[in-house]
Write a protein of this length. Structure first.
Length: 308
């Protein structure tokens, strides 16, 4: 993506003169923004980990505040390993429960799909990092216990301080992860984040009419519901016996598979559905003028494609 589509604050801005669709202009950048928001947490943890390890190791070598004998080292790291393993296990168990709750909410209300899937993706990345540093902490604990009788005091000092730095940062990441998962406003916060990605509005851009946007969306939804279900019957017959209401994105996909619309129009429809869903689930009830114009264009293109 060139610099014309990204402002200095790192928010995707739309180049109105570009023939490329709104969704295509922002899709790649929005994915990276979501990924970087998680990566910032991971990078911060790594920086703190390296900083703590370096500072504590230097203090331990130059001017130690505590001196531990073999029994104390054994007790410290054996207990640290047991505590960490227990907390990690309980955290993982609790996460599975909350993840199932998210899946249940998504099943009951398909307009939550974007927010829920985004949350699951973010939680998975953090949990992967958490698993990695937990394994590293346990590994360092084993080394510290095994090397406690070594005559190389510098090596032992480094292992002790690095191992305890891993332990402390690990607990901090676990605490952050727990509070993030159980946050009562997690859907609303994620909806606001997705809204900023799909329809970023800066100070220079004029806000559009939410009423017009919703009017265009409702007309588009009626078309998708009518023709999507018809093409679903053609493609799947009576194979789908579920009573669950099929999402608008899924219905639009049926129209795409029937080759009535192209991939570009499908992605634009998907972006409108995503934006509308974020608004009804806690995001700011505002849209940009660009998105209002885009909704009118997409509605017109869909109607022409289906001969409505």
């Amino acid at each position: 993506m060139n610099s014309n589509n990204v402002d200095q604050s790192g928010v995707c801005s739309i180049d109105a003169s570009s023939p490329t669709s709104v969704w295509q202009q922002c899709y790649i950048f929005n994915y990276k923004s979501s990924f970087l928001s998680t990566m910032n947490i991971i990078l911060l943890s790594i920086v703190l980990l390296l900083l703590f390890s370096l500072v504590l190791t230097i203090i331990g070598i130059k001017a130690p505040l505590l001196s531990l004998n073999e029994n104390e080292i054994l007790y410290l790291f054996s207990n640290s390993a047991q505590v960490l393993a227990s907390i990690y296990g309980l955290t993982l168990t609790g996460f599975i429960f909350f993840r199932n709750e998210l899946s249940r909410e998504e099943f009951e209300d398909n307009t939550l799909t974007d927010a829920v899937e985004s949350l699951k993706n973010r939680y998975f990345k953090i949990l992967t990092f958490l698993t990695f540093i937990s394994i590293a902490t346990l590994f360092l604990s084993n080394i510290a216990i095994s090397a406690q009788s070594s005559s190389n005091l510098i090596f032992i000092t480094i292992i002790i301080n690095v191992g305890q730095s891993f332990f402390v940062i690990n607990l901090c990441v676990i605490a952050y992860f727990i509070f993030d998962v159980i946050s009562p406003q997690r859907i609303q916060k994620e909806s606001k984040l997705i809204q900023r990605q799909v329809d970023p509005i800066d100070d220079k851009e004029q806000q559009g009419s939410l009423e017009t946007f919703l009017k265009n969306y409702n007309e588009l939804e009626n078309i998708i519901q009518k023709y999507g279900q018809a093409y679903q019957s053609e493609l799947e017959g009576n194979l789908n016996t579920s009573r669950r209401r099929i999402s608008n994105v899924r219905l639009a996909e049926f129209i795409l598979r029937a080759e009535k619309i192209d991939r570009g129009l499908f992605e634009e429809i998907k972006s409108l559905i995503t934006l509308r869903n974020t608004i009804i689930h806690g995001a700011e009830p505002i849209v940009s003028e660009t998105m209002v114009e885009s909704s009118e264009k997409i509605l017109k293109e869909l109607a022409e494609s289906l001969d409505v």
